[in-house]
Ligand binder design. Structure first.
Ligand code: 5CA
Length: 442
């Protein structure tokens, strides 16, 4: 992509409504634009990053055998009346009527709708267990939308739902998701810690919030800091291995404020291991048994002819919130540091001279064409700006690598700079190999 053609409306000023770094940087770098309070348009740069995050989330769900479907954003009020949540959900739910006066709503979550789909199609124990998920926009009329995409009204969520015959089998599904979440956040370059949490309007009595540390987070957390050193790489997706991994996490105290008890914390965690800080909730998983299957009469036949309500759990990841959360976790001195797995481009080419210096420009363009031909996602700065202005722009966009064509003649070699500032001199072929290897690691 030529930079001159890229639709990135960069802002010079920090908009006053943006209080935290991720919100400021997302607006300044033209990733999003507010359309009304808590509702955003995703512009090409932001959308591209979000799509990459979404794809990693999808791949990790598929790896544990979850199947993707797509439910609508607008739901009928009827199923919510059946479950009893239509009244309970309160003002956060956006209620609408169609032209026939039929009560509808913009889905804030999908427990009811997926249960309705399941009960209509699955009748026998033979079809269980099942894991189904979708990645779809949700709407919650938040009282205080703030921090840009972190707490907004319309947001993209991955929500998965599990269906099992018994509590024991349901624990296996829960553990699989637990594992998939750890893998997903790791690929996104984040350390997300599962913390015992309250279940709120979703219900049930087993739940973990996945939280990443950040001063700007809205969740207060209390934990044994050794939980951050746990290593998931030795564990596989095999049931027993995940069970062991969950045991390890559960052996350390880690809770959000609604589960916090001072006495417990002080008796269970030695002073030197105590960590009290703030974090961002990037995912939340729940087990609630028959909370929805019972009122919605979602039953299956057992082998002996008896009918049982299926046991269910639900598992959410805030896909659009993750864009902001990654910035919060990674930015330094106004430089966006996207992990390679989600960076908007793999590499940038920055010629030091303006277009009228034909030789450097032509060399840069040849490199651009070569990398493109090799399927590398490259951004070529073909603008007339001063080199310092160019660097500022690239810091803001946050591309992990830059090829800089300077005034110095270094023969066939090129200057290859990492976002950390580390610079090497390499041939184009070596650069190509390095980028391809990096991609395969992600
Ligand atoms: N049905 C369950 C799990 S599928 C559920 O809705 N859980 S949730 O309420 O915890 O939401 C799941 C994730 O969506 C949260 O962990 C958070 O990352 C994200 N999320 C929730 N509310 C918002 C919001 N207002 N703005 C942006 N992201 C949000």
């Amino acid at each position: 992509m030529y930079l001159s053609k890229l639709f990135v409306p960069l802002l010079k000023e920090i908009p006053s409504e943006a209080k935290i770094k991720s919100h400021q940087l997302m607006l300044r770098s033209g990733m999003i634009r507010q359309s009304s309070t808590g509702i955003y348009s995703w512009l090409p740069l932001g959308y591209k990053i979000m799509k990459k995050i979404e794809q990693i989330v999808r791949e990790e769900q598929n790896k544990i055998g979850a199947q993707e479907l797509l439910m609508p954003t607008i739901q009928s009020a009827e199923i919510w009346k059946e479950s009893g949540r239509y009244e309970d959900y309160g003002e956060e739910m956006l209620r609408i009527k169609d032209r026939q006066g039929k009560e509808m709503l913009y889905g804030p979550t999908n427990e009811e709708l997926i249960t309705e789909i399941f009960r209509a199609s699955v009748k026998s124990y033979k079809s269980l267990p099942q894991l189904l998920y979708h990645i779809q926009w949700k709407f919650r009329d938040e009282l205080r939308p703030r921090f840009g995409v972190m707490r907004c009204k319309e947001f993209l969520m991955k929500d998965a739902y599990s269906f099992d015959l018994s509590d024991t089998e349901a624990t296996i599904s829960y553990n699989k998701m637990f594992f998939a979440y750890l893998q997903t956040f790791k690929r996104l370059g984040l350390t997300a810690i599962p913390m015992a949490a309250d279940t709120g309007p979703i219900g049930g009595d087993l739940s973990h919030e996945f939280v990443i540390l950040a001063e700007t987070g809205e969740s207060r957390i209390y934990s044994d800091k050794r939980i951050f050193d746990l290593d998931i790489s030795k564990h596989s997706s095999e049931d027993n291995s995940i069970k062991e991994l969950r045991k390890k996490y559960d052996s350390f105290y880690a809770v959000t404020d609604d589960k916090f008890r001072k006495e417990d914390f002080e008796t269970k965690v030695e002073k030197k291991h105590q960590l009290v800080t703030k974090g961002i909730e990037v995912g939340h998983i729940f087990y609630f048994g028959d909370k929805y299957s019972k009122p919605l009469k979602c039953k299956v036949d057992l082998k002996d002819g008896r009918k049982v309500n299926v046991k269910m759990g639900s598992y959410g990841i805030g896909v659009s919130r993750l864009v902001g959360a990654i910035i919060e976790a990674k930015f330094t001195d106004n430089v966006m540091r996207w992990p390679e797995s989600v960076a908007p481009f793999e590499v940038a080419i920055i010629p030091s001279l303006q277009k009228n210096d034909k030789s450097i420009y032509a060399k840069a363009e040849t490199i651009y064409k070569f990398l493109k031909k090799n399927n590398i996602d490259v951004l070529f700065d073909d603008t007339d700006e001063h080199l310092s202005a160019k660097f500022k722009k690239f810091d803001l966009i946050g591309i992990p690598y830059q090829i800089i064509l300077g005034f110095k003649d270094i023969g066939d070699k090129l200057e290859f700079k990492e976002v950390t500032g580390k610079t090497e001199t390499m041939s184009l072929e070596e650069i190509k190999k390095k980028l391809v290897n990096k991609r395969n690691l992600n």
